[in-house]
Design a protein around this ligand. Structure first.
Ligand code: GDP
Ligand code: MG
Length: 308
């Protein structure tokens, strides 16, 4: 007998840097969420869609829950909190390579107040040494002790345990039809993905020097005939983007010596975008200083940080 089709939403909740975006990319088999070794990369909520023969799972990536420092921080937390109210199950991601800390307790307490099924994934299991696995798992069991939430061990980078995890999530989905066309893997327009991939390269190459006070605007996307360019005969896509920073010094860092940093960022982003759209890309990036853009609600709205 063929069992009935299931579909529903999962909110990925966890401290910044636990691997939420990496897990999304791992399970949909494509890079839709940007990841970085720097915390707090995800700004907008992103829905990634995993379509299987028996179920469709929509994963909602949320910014990590943390204590807000300024307006942008507050919006990130609000967005994560409101995601919990819109899903069938919450996937709480914890990081196995560190013992539980205050941030984990904060999130666990927040989730205990919600009337929703919760599944725990202990991620980065690949980083835990054999001899530490038992005590690590036990420490996390103690953290969630009063709750009967099931714990799954997984590694978002190599896929270990991810299949079982998805099955567990599906078991909490209601019976229902596909909510998105099966070929769709992400609900964000390409422009948003382009901008996120550029931002990822900025964070990757500049690390702490140009922290989170950077936003990327996509000014233009155009199909172009590249027969006259050095990139070859094929058709391609031209993308013009502007990176906004808050200070002049940050602009200097981003551009680098004779433009070397910007070239590195541009090349990295171009390769990522080419993989995403499976075609040639010509990318030009400008850098602009807009003091204090993070604290101005109008600027935030313009940049697409939803107020919710
Ligand atoms: P997010 O802030 O929760 O979305 O975290 P990211 O997905 O951006 O991941 C943060 C960092 O952890 C990145 O450098 C990832 O490559 C790394 N990471 C994520 N999952 C794993 C994992 O299972 N194992 C290892 N070794 N690294 C991981
Ligand atoms: Mg993320």
């Amino acid at each position: 007998m063929i069992s009935e089709y299931r579909s529903g939403f999962v909110a990925l909740i966890g401290r910044p840097n636990v691997g939420k975006s990496t897990l999304i990319n791992q399970v949909v088999g494509q890079k839709v969420a940007i990841t970085s070794p720097v915390a707090q990369t995800t700004r907008n909520r992103l829905r990634a869609i995993l379509t299987m023969s028996d179920a469709q799972v929509v994963l909602v990536d949320t910014p990590g829950i943390h204590k807000p420092h300024h307006l942008l921080g507050e919006r990130l937390v609000k967005s994560a909190r409101s995601a919990i109210g819109e899903v069938d199950v919450v996937l709480l991601l914890l990081e196995a390579n560190e013992f539980p800390g205050r941030g984990d307790t904060f999130i666990v307490n927040l989730l205990r107040q919600q009337d929703i099924p919760i599944i725990v994934a202990l991620n980065k299991w690949d980083l835990v040494l054999d001899k530490e696995r038992k005590s690590c798992e036990q420490a996390y069991r103690n953290l969630i002790s009063e709750s009967s939430w099931p714990i799954y061990l997984c590694s978002a980078v190599n896929g270990y345990g991810c299949g079982k995890l998805i099955k567990a999530l599906i078991s909490h989905m209601p019976i229902g039809p596909q909510l998105y066309p099966p070929e769709l893997v992400c609900d964000q327009p390409e422009r948003v993905l382009f901008s996120e991939l550029i931002r990822e390269q900025v964070l990757l190459h500049t690390r702490e020097e140009v922290p989170h006070s950077v936003a990327v605007l996509i000014d233009r996307v155009e199909d172009m005939d590249m027969s006259k360019s050095s990139l070859g005969k094929d058709k391609g896509t031209a993308i013009l983007a502007t990176v906004l920073v808050e200070r002049k010094s940050q602009k200097g860092i981003l551009i680098g010596k004779q433009g070397s940093m910007l070239r590195k960022i541009g090349k990295g982003a171009r390769l990522q975008i080419q993989t995403l759209i499976d075609g040639k890309v010509y990318l030009e990036i400008f850098v602009k200083v807009v003091p204090d853009w993070r604290s101005k609600p109008a600027r935030l709205a313009e940049l697409g940080y939803e107020e919710n």
